[in-house]
Write a protein that binds this ligand. Structure first.
Ligand SMILES: Cc1cc2nc3c(=O)[nH]c(=O)nc-3n(C[C@H](O)[C@H](O)[C@H](O)COP(=O)(O)OP(=O)(O)OC[C@H]3O[C@@H](n4cnc5c(N)ncnc54)[C@H](O)[C@@H]3O)c2cc1C
Length: 460
C-alpha cells in the first residue's frame, strides 16, 4: 500500500519555480486594463482573501475608493498551524504585520464590522460608525463555534489533555505541548475528532492524527497507546480516492474509526468526552446539513468516552453578523450558515453588487488558501465586469488543494475541483496526487508559505 517515490532535484526545482511564477510576472501584465471609476468599494476582512482582493483591485482601479475593514494588526499564516501543533515549526514563523501587505491608497479601518444592511448598502462597525458602499466584497472567513460543544472553550486548549489546532496560533503551540505531555506519560488513549459542519482545511484533523502517529512511532512505544478517530459521517474526506486512502491507512496504523458520532460535550476535569450519534445516514460532505439550531437536540443517543488526549475540532460557520444579514443563504444546503454566492462566478445570488471569497462562502468544497488563490482572479474579473454593467465572465472551477500530511516527512499533494465528483486537478504533471512523497512534504514545509504571501500581495 505504502509508496514513497522521490522526485528528482530537477523536478523539485520545477515545483519551486511553478509556485513562484505569479511573483515573477511583470507588474505591467498584472495591471493591464485599469478601470476609471468613482465607485466606493468595501472589503470586509483582510485575511488571505480580503488582502489579495485589496492588492488586486488597487492595481486595476483608477479613482474611487477602496476600504478594507480588518481589526487585526497581525496576519496569521494558518496553513502553518498544523506544523506548529505537530512540533515541526515555531509559532513565530506564522506571523507577519498586516501593514506589510496593505497596499498604498487603501483606507484600512482597524475595526470589526458589526452589521451589513445589504438593502441600503451600508456597513455598521463595532464603534457604531457606518460605511456606505457601491460594491462589497465579503471575506470575513470562519467563526469557530466551540460553544456548541458543551463544556468546551478555546481557553481549555493545552490543559487537561485537550488539543485543537484551530483555536489560534497560541492554541496550536499549546496543542503541541499537550500531545508531548501525553507521549511523555508513556501510555493512554487519544481521541481525534472531526466536525459535523464544513471546516477550513478539511484535511487538518487528519493531518493532526497522522503527525501524532509519527511522533508515537518515533517514541518506540506505539503499542502502549490507543487512538480513536470519531467521524460525524461515513467518510473522512470529500475527495473519494483520498477518503479511501485515509481509511485504509488508519486501519493499517491501528487507528480505530467510529463513524456517525459528533463531539457533543466535554468534561475536562474527568477527562471524559460525550459523543452524540448523529444517525447512520450522516455523510461527510463539506456542506453537512447540521446547523446551529440542531446542535441542541436532546433526543440523540450518546456515548461517554474516557481519554488521555483529545483533539477537538469545533463546528464552524460564517460569523454571526454575516449570518444575521440579508446576505446569508436562505435555502439549500448552506442556509442560515454560509454566504449565498454563485459557486462559479462568486457573485451574490440576490445582491449583484456583492461578491464573496474565501472560507465564508457556501460551496461544496473550498475552504483553503489554495482556493483563495484560484478565486481571487475570478472575483477581480467579475467585479470589474459588473462595475461596467456587464455579465460576470470568469468562472471558478472549485479548485482546492490540500498537502495531506501522512506522517512527519511525507505528504500527498491533493488538488481537486467541483467537476466529476471532485476529480483530481493536478498542477504538476510529475507529482501523482495518489503518491506519498517527501517532495510534497517539502512543498508544505518550505515552498507554500512564500507562494501564499504572493497571493496576499495579489501577485499569484
Ligand atoms: C489549522 C489550519 C490548517 C490549514 N491548512 C491549510 C493548507 O494546508 N492549505 C491551504 O490552502 N489552506 C489551509 N488552511 C486554510 C486557510 O488558512 C484558509 O482557508 C484561508 O485563510 C481563508 O482565507 P479567508 O480570507 O477566507 O479567511 P482568513 O484568512 O481567516 O481571514 C478572515 C479575516 O476576516 C477578519 N474578520 C473576521 N471577522 C471580522 C469582522 N467582523 N469584521 C472585519 N474583519 C473580520 C479576520 O480578522 C481575518 O483577518 C488552514 C487553516 C487552518 C486553521
Amino acid at each position: 500500500m505504502q509508496k514513497t517515490p522521490l522526485l528528482t532535484r530537477r523536478d523539485l526545482l520545477k515545483v519551486g519555480s511553478s509556485l513562484g511564477v505569479g511573483s515573477l510576472l511583470p507588474l505591467s501584465a498584472l495591471s493591464a486594463n485599469t478601470l476609471p471609476t468613482q465607485a466606493r468599494i468595501v472589503i470586509l476582512g483582510g485575511g488571505a482573501a480580503g488582502m489579495a482582493m485589496a492588492n488586486r483591485l488597487t492595481r486595476r482601479l483608477q479613482g474611487g475608493s477602496i476600504t478594507l475593514v480588518e481589526p487585526r494588526e497581525t496576519h496569521h499564516y494558518q496553513p502553518g498551524w498544523t506544523l506548529v501543533a505537530s512540533g515541526v515549526w515555531n509559532a513565530d514563523k506564522t506571523m507577519r504585520p498586516n501593514a506589510q501587505f496593505m497596499p498604498r491608497g487603501v483606507n484600512w479601518v482597524r475595526e470589526y464590522a458589526a452589521n451589513i444592511d445589504a438593502d441600503s448598502k451600508r456597513i455598521t462597525l463595532a464603534s457604531g460608525t457606518t460605511l456606505g458602499y457601491d460594491f462589497l466584497v465579503v471575506a470575513t472567513g470562519i467563526q469557530l463555534n466551540y460553544h456548541l460543544i458543551e463544556g468546551m472553550t478555546p481557553e481549555l486548549v493545552g490543559q487537561h489533555g485537550i488539543g485543537s489546532v484551530y483555536a489560534s496560533i497560541e492554541g496550536a503551540s499549546r496543542t503541541n505541548h499537550a500531545i508531548q505531555t501525553w507521549l511523555n506519560s508513556g501510555q493512554g488513549k487519544g481521541i481525534f475528532t472531526a466536525a459535523p459542519t464544513p471546516v477550513k482545511c478539511a484535511g487538518a484533523p487528519l493531518k493532526m492524527t497522522f503527525t501524532t502517529l509519527s511522533r508515537l512511532e518515533a517514541s518506540g512505544q506505539r503499542d502502549a497507546f490507543t487512538l480513536d478517530y470519531m467521524a460525524p459521517g461515513a467518510g473522512l474526506f470529500s475527495q473519494p480516492w483520498v477518503d479511501e486512502f485515509v481509511k485504509q491507512r488508519f486501519d493499517d496504523q491501528g487507528v480505530k474509526r467510529r463513524h456517525h458520532y459528533r463531539l457533543s460535550a466535554i468534561d475536562p476535569h474527568a477527562k471524559q468526552a460525550e459523543f452524540a450519534f448523529v444517525g447512520p445516514e450522516s455523510e461527510f460532505t463539506s456542506h453537512h446539513e447540521l446547523r446551529e439550531a440542531e446542535f441542541r437536540r436532546d433526543n440523540q443517543p450518546t456515548v461517554i468516552a474516557d481519554y488521555d488526549f483529545i483533539h477537538v475540532v469545533p463546528p464552524m460557520s460564517a460569523h454571526d453578523f454575516v449570518k444575521q444579514s440579508d446576505l446569508i443563504a436562505q435555502d439549500g444546503p448552506f442556509r442560515g450558515e454560509w454566504l449565498d454566492v454563485d459557486i462559479h462566478t462568486l457573485q451574490h445570488n440576490r445582491y449583484p453588487e456583492v461578491f464573496g471569497i474565501g472560507d465564508v462562502i457556501g460551496a461544496p468544497i473550498n475552504k483553503t488558501a489554495a482556493s483563495v488563490k484560484a478565486q481571487a482572479p475570478v472575483v477581480e474579473e467579475n467585479l470589474l465586469a459588473v462595475m461596467q454593467g456587464k455579465t460576470p465572465p470568469a468562472r471558478h472551477t472549485g479548485y482546492t488543494s490540500c498537502p495531506m500530511i501522512t506522517g512527519i516527512g511525507k505528504a500527498m499533494l491533493v488538488e481537486f475541483g467541483y467537476a466529476d465528483n471532485f476529480a483530481f486537478m493536478p498542477s504538476f504533471p510529475f507529482i501523482d496526487p495518489t503518491d506519498e512523497s517527501w517532495a510534497a512534504w517539502v512543498m508544505k514545509d518550505r515552498m507554500l508559505q512564500p507562494a501564499y504571501y504572493a497571493v496576499l500581495e495579489g501577485q499569484a
